[in-house]
Design a protein around this ligand. Structure first.
Ligand SMILES: Cc1cc2nc3c(=O)[nH]c(=O)nc-3n(C[C@H](O)[C@H](O)[C@H](O)COP(=O)(O)OP(=O)(O)OC[C@H]3O[C@@H](n4cnc5c(N)ncnc54)[C@H](O)[C@@H]3O)c2cc1C
Length: 399
């Protein structure tokens, strides 16, 4: 079997890994820039298994086990299993209802009050009314390290990685995709997996299909080294609209939600993420606000700014499975602010679709053809801010 994977971000890399791991045959990964040129290397790298739907919890369980496996098997990569603390307002309203699901699916958690959080992580400022849902088997990865280590590992496994080769389209035989077309050549394939993130939206228009998705700019920061040991979990701090975690070399990483920001149009193929920047006022205001979560080492000074794009579907769930009306094409996208966390399982599920025509867990709620065409059209035609999207779906955007 010959399989082409479009996109060298974490979803494409993970798909190629699982194809090679299962001896699928010839696996060719095609990337328009260098590997990791998209949002993946800009991610915060935080993961939690404590999600809002059964499918998501099941997929994240697989991801967590695979992060541990990769940490053992992939040279140069370490999964930091410091746990992930999901902070919520109103005594966990909206999260408490999920606990029976976590019990049934054997997804471990602890409920922590303010005193317990202060005892475990004295560096962290915890309000008296804080409510924490702690995921003890989760944590974070350093995205740059992960992407480089996975790419090197894939080369060892025999995956052909072609960088600086934009895919221009998909050659067809009847209703079947038979490969990918680049400026230099046509690469024949029995199956193609399209994992080109926000760029998939325009690429897939070749089939008269518009992914019902919205694209938003998002940013995160890494501090200079701090004078005290950074003993923190990875934290999804929903009340403060941000997230933070320890980072390499005793630094702190902070990510910021910007609810007022308007969506951006789906990018053209040549649009590079370096075109996006953060309004200096937003940067200063939000970073000032968030850095006092670690008062003993604040004020922090910032060494690294990463700006990337997030893609959200019309119902908030990822889009993963066969492209509607086309044979031989699997798409994997719209992983909201959680694509890094999904990547090990998303790649496994895409590889299963490509090789077996079915998946080991039920991912009907991720099916690309699940959207009502009229509602999808209305969603595509609307112009919204991030907060309006989150409000409509009650979606906090979980890592
Ligand atoms: C600032 C920020 C922080 C984030 N933090 C987290 C976090 O803490 N946890 C988490 O789980 N998620 C996080 N995310 C989300 C996560 O980064 C994304 O969901 C994930 O990286 C998507 O992976 P991907 O492989 O689909 O996309 P990408 O990494 O963008 O990969 C797609 C690749 O396709 C390539 N490509 C595009 N078009 C073509 C073409 N025509 N031909 C060939 N190649 C093409 C691109 O160059 C790119 O390299 C964050 C995102 C941002 C921006």
């Amino acid at each position: 079997m010959r399989i082409a994977v479009v996109g060298g971000g974490v979803i494409g890399l993970s798909t190629a890994f699982h194809l090679a791991d299962r001896n699928a045959g010839t696996v060719i990964l095609v990337e328009k820039g260098p590997i990791g040129d998209g949002s993946s290397s800009r991610a915060g790298g935080i993961i939690t298994g404590l999600m809002g739907t059964e499918t998501a919890v099941r997929a994240r369980k697989i991801s967590l086990a695979l992060f541990q496996r990769f940490s053992r098997e992939v040279d140069g990569y370490t999964f930091h299993d410091v746990g992930t603390l999901n902070l919520a307002a109103d005594q966990g309203a909206g999260r408490v209802e999920m606990l029976p699901l976590y019990d049934r699916l054997d997804a471990p958690y602890e409920i922590l009050d303010a005193d317990e959080m202060r005892r475990r992580w004295p560096l962290m400022a915890v309000p008296d009314d804080a409510w924490g849902l702690y995921d003890p088997i989760a944590g974070y990865s350093e995205p740059d390290e992960y992407v480089a280590a996975m790419a090197a590992h894939l080369r060892k496994l025999g995956v052909e990685i072609r960088e600086f080769e934009p895919v221009l389209g998909f050659p067809m035989q009847g209703d079947r995709v038979i490969g990918v077309r680049t400026a230099a050549e046509t690469i024949e394939a029995d199956v193609v997996v399209c994992a080109s993130h926000v760029w998939s939206i325009r690429l897939l228009e070749q089939f008269g299909w518009r992914m019902p998705s919205k694209v938003f700019v998002h940013q995160r920061y890494v501090s200079t080294p701090v004078p005290k040991p950074v003993i923190l979990p990875a934290v999804n701090d929903h009340p403060r609209r941000g997230y933070y975690r320890p980072a390499f070399g005793n630094r702190v990483l902070i990510g910021i939600e910007t609810p007022d920001r308007e969506e951006v149009p789906p990018p053209e193929r040549d649009l590079h993420l370096s075109r996006f920047s953060v309004d200096p006022d937003i940067r200063e205001r939000e970073l000032n606000r968030l850095q006092y979560v670690v008062p003993d080492v604040a004020p922090l000074s910032w060494e690294i700014e990463k700006v990337g794009l997030l893609a959200y579907s019309a119902d908030g769930e990822p889009i993963l499975g066969p492209a509607p009306g086309v044979r031989g094409l699997i798409c994997a996208g719209c992983f909201h602010s959680g694509g890094f966390a999904y990547n090990p399982s998303a790649g496994l599920l895409a590889a299963e679709w490509a090789m077996d025509g079915r998946t080991s867990i039920d991912i009907g709620s991720f099916a690309p053809d699940r959207f009502d065409p009229q509602q999808a059209r209305a969603f595509i035609d609307s112009r919204i801010r991030h907060s309006e999207y989150q409000h409509a779906l009650h979606a906090g955007g979980r890592h």
